[in-house]
Design a protein around this ligand. Structure first.
Ligand SMILES: *Cc1c(COP(=O)(O)O)cnc(C)c1O
Length: 402
């Protein structure tokens, strides 16, 4: 009998044989009592680590007051969160939902509706990029455009034109009378921590302005401090018209958001979109608590400082183990290390050293520590990587007998 037959969880994940019962900061305690250093942050979600006191307090307090209210009524705390997100960004309006894919669904609807209400319903297509990841719903899968994920689910939803990442000429060629917008991640997370030079994003902005297109950024993974500022595009110096957030927004509580300028959102009228749980009071209280911490002076300086330290230390590991790892990529604490061995082997060798990391496309292993990671924890993580590389190198020399 296969292992998956022993579970009643739909077997869509290749889960490691390891479970956790609690966490504190950057550390997780497994069900067998062993301690792991967590450089996954639940795939860029637990930006403030596990059981952060400010988040625990916010949720506990909210839990005694109000868990859920429908969007039939005012949302005072949602209003407060929206104001704060708008003050920190280009946006005038925020729609709250529950996940990254839902935030992206809203982005796509905002872009399509914008042109439709301007009298151009034929302009519904969006230009996307190879290696992208935008989610697992049918529309966001079509935007993702990966054959591997689309297979067996019928014809992909129409309306996405994918071009090679970073190829400006291909983007120009793809723009036609039906084009509504361009959709890109400031850094591709799932795709392997890949980014284009800042000039590319500036050129996209310019193309959008020239052709009356909306520029949409998927900041589900890059947003909320991950790249060393609240949003990755602030460091790029390029402003989108519409943007998605999710992963770290609630610090581990599910919440997503679609942010848009008043102009971009001009098609969105009562009834044009909705969500039962969107803006749920528990989720909103968690997100407001996340912002309380992140907007304190020095928070992003810390992320950038830890980023520099991690990158320097990873570079020296690469110098010592070129047969295992070859390149460091990324910004802030969205760091990828390109593996020479299969990336899955490196992830499991790291897990053997009790360091948790995440695989990505392009044979990359992602290091996504909580943003509150300390210098000591970075050093400990890199020491574990060093040991994993040594272990992998010796197994390369003496192939295990089968
Ligand atoms: C994770 C992710 C998504 C999807 O988010 P879900 O919450 O899993 O639906 C979309 N875009 C990007 C860039 C992501 O990293």
């Amino acid at each position: 009998m296969t292992k998956s037959a022993a579970t009643h969880l739909l077997p869509v994940f290749a889960r490691a044989e390891l479970g956790f019962e609690r966490g504190e900061g950057c550390w997780l305690v497994a069900t067998n009592g062993e301690r792991y250093l967590d450089f996954t942050s639940g795939v860029a979600v637990n930006a403030l680590g596990h059981a952060h006191p400010a988040l625990v307090k916010a949720l506990q307090e909210q839990a005694t007051k109000l868990w859920h209210m429908s969007n039939l009524f005012q949302s005072p705390d949602g209003e407060k969160l929206a104001v704060r997100l708008c003050n920190e960004s280009f946006a005038d309006f925020v729609f709250f939902c529950n996940s990254g894919a839902e935030a992206m669904e809203c982005v796509i609807k905002v872009v399509r509706r914008y042109h439709a209400t301007k009298g151009h319903p034929e302009r519904y297509r969006m230009i996307t990029f190879e290696g992208a990841f935008h989610g697992r719903t049918l529309a966001t899968l079509a935007a993702t455009g990966s054959a591997k994920y689309l297979e067996g689910f019928g014809p992909p939803m129409d309306g996405f034109d994918q071009v090679p990442h970073g190829d400006l000429e291909a983007v120009k060629k793809a723009i036609g009378p039906q084009t509504a917008g361009i959709l890109i991640e400031p850094i591709q997370g799932e795709g392997g921590v890949r980014s284009a030079p800042p000039a590319f994003y500036r050129a996209l902005r310019q193309l959008c302005d020239e052709h009356g297109l909306l520029l949409a950024f998927d900041e589900v993974q890059t947003g909320m401090g991950r790249t060393g500022d609240l949003f990755a595009h602030r460091r790029l110096g390029v402003t989108p018209d519409v943007m998605s957030l999710a992963k770290a927004l609630g610090g581990g509580f599910p919440i997503g958001a679609c942010l848009a300028t008043a102009e971009a959102a001009s098609g969105m009228t009562p009834g044009s979109h909705g969500s039962t749980f969107g803006g749920n009071p528990l989720a909103v209280s968690a997100a407001n608590a996340v912002l309380d911490v992140m907007l304190q002076p020095g928070f992003f300086d810390h992320v950038q400082k830890m980023s520099l330290l991690l990158k320097q230390k990873l570079a020296s590991v690469i110098d010592r183990h070129p047969e295992i790892v070859s390149e460091v990529r990324g910004e802030g604490l969205l760091i990828g290390i390109k593996a020479v061995v299969p990336s899955g082997d490196l992830v499991s060798a790291l897990r053997d050293q009790k360091l948790l990391t995440v695989g990505a496309g392009d044979n990359v292993v992602r290091f996504l520590p909580p943003l509150i990671v300390t210098e000591g924890e970075i050093e400990e993580g890199v020491a574990r990587l060093e040991r994993a590389c040594t272990a992998l190198a010796s197994s390369l020399k003496t192939p295990a007998a089968s």
